[in-house]
Design a binder for this molecule. Structure first.
Ligand code: GLN
Length: 335
């Protein structure tokens, strides 16, 4: 009898202690992550170099002081600071996601043969990069490859094809990314360069369907508005092997996510991709809207939104913050 009481007492005490340890360590992680984000935010808010993209007039108008950092983990936890609920144009960060959809629609072989897999070492909208290679192949993360990718998305009409791209971005996130009409109009009136790229590719028989129609849908994809938190959720879905951590829906198959992450290593930051991999060691993608997402497979996605860009078109603060997080948390995938 007495023995039973003692055993029950010990059991109750153990359960209370265990719960306390779990609770305390959970609290500790949260406090630590929040604290680190706060310190990074305060440190990098003073970094004022770079300038908004201005070849798309609407992007030049965005407040250059916006600064937000958001992290979403594969189990759906969200840590954030700053302007993380401000919608901004996703721009080139749409490319790895649309690439994954194209792989799902057409298979790896077709897409790889037609689009290419190697770094260009050139600017994201380079024409010489297309011309200098005898086979003209680029990769899915520069404008030429992404316009081609867009031309392969399946659908009965152009509107259906576009709707599938938008649906994808919504399903990868919280259902709320939307087409930013002002950015889209602004980009459509100034995208002669992209149209020229599409026609050039068409001259090499590398486009599927009407090239200008593909440019239109490509431009819409770039004009999708996301917040840093929504983009971090899209990234976390990739980190989670294609399964949305909040809805638990499988959006993209794991193998195609791996393909997209691989190409992000190769060319996610354009001509700075080599230096980025060396320093940071994470697949990442930037956009001229000032966003940048880095993905840590099976763990989380980190997003920074800060519009001023460097010469290559990558957010200056975004790169600095993610580089520091990678060092502090020892995230380099080869370390
Ligand atoms: N829509 C932009 C363009 O086509 C995307 C470029 C980018 O984000 N690097 O130029």
């Amino acid at each position: 009898m007495l023995n039973n009481r003692i055993i029950t007492f010990i059991l109750v005490i153990s359960i209370v202690c265990c719960s306390f340890v779990v609770f305390a360590s959970e609290r500790n992680t949260i406090t630590t992550a929040d604290q680190i984000l706060k310190e990074l935010y305060q440190k990098y808010i003073t970094l004022k170099t770079g300038k908004n993209a201005d070849y798309i007039p609407e992007l030049a108008k965005v407040n250059p002081n916006y600064f937000g950092i958001a992290i979403v983990t594969v189990d759906g936890k969200i840590y954030s600071i700053g302007d993380v609920n401000v919608p901004f144009a996703i721009e080139s960060i749409s490319k790895p996601f649309v690439y994954a959809l194209a792989l799902q629609d057409n298979g790896e072989q077709f897409i790889t043969d037609k689009i290419g897999l190697n770094a260009t070492g050139h600017r994201f909208n380079s024409v010489p990069a297309i011309e200098e290679k005898p086979d003209h192949l680029q990769n899915p993360l520069v404008n030429a490859g992404a316009i081609q990718i867009t031309s392969t998305i399946k659908g009965k009409t152009s509107a259906d094809k576009w709707q599938r791209v938008l649906n994808l971005m919504q399903q990868l996130s919280d259902g709320k990314p939307f087409l930013g009409d002002a950015v889209y109009q602004s980009e459509m009136t100034t995208n002669q360069h992209n149209r020229a790229i599409a026609e050039l590719l068409e001259s090499y028989k590398m486009m599927h369907g009407n090239p200008l129609d593909a440019v239109d849908r490509y431009t819409k994809a770039c004009s999708v508005m996301v917040t840093a938190k929504q983009l971090a959720l899209m990234g976390a879905t990739f980190a989670n092997g294609g399964i949305n951590p909040l809805t638990h829906q499988s959006i993209i198959s794991r193998g195609y996510v791996r393909d997209a992450l691989s190409i992000m290593v190769v060319n996610g930051l354009y001509e700075n991709s080599g230096a980025w991999w060396w320093k940071v060691g994470l697949p990442a993608k930037s956009g001229v809207g000032g966003g940048i997402v880095a993905i840590i497979p099976a763990k989380m996605a980190i997003v920074v939104f800060s519009p001023p860009l460097d010469e290559a078109g990558n957010s200056v603060r975004g790169q600095a913050v993610i580089e520091e997080i990678s060092h502090q948390w020892k995230l380099h995938l080869l370390s």
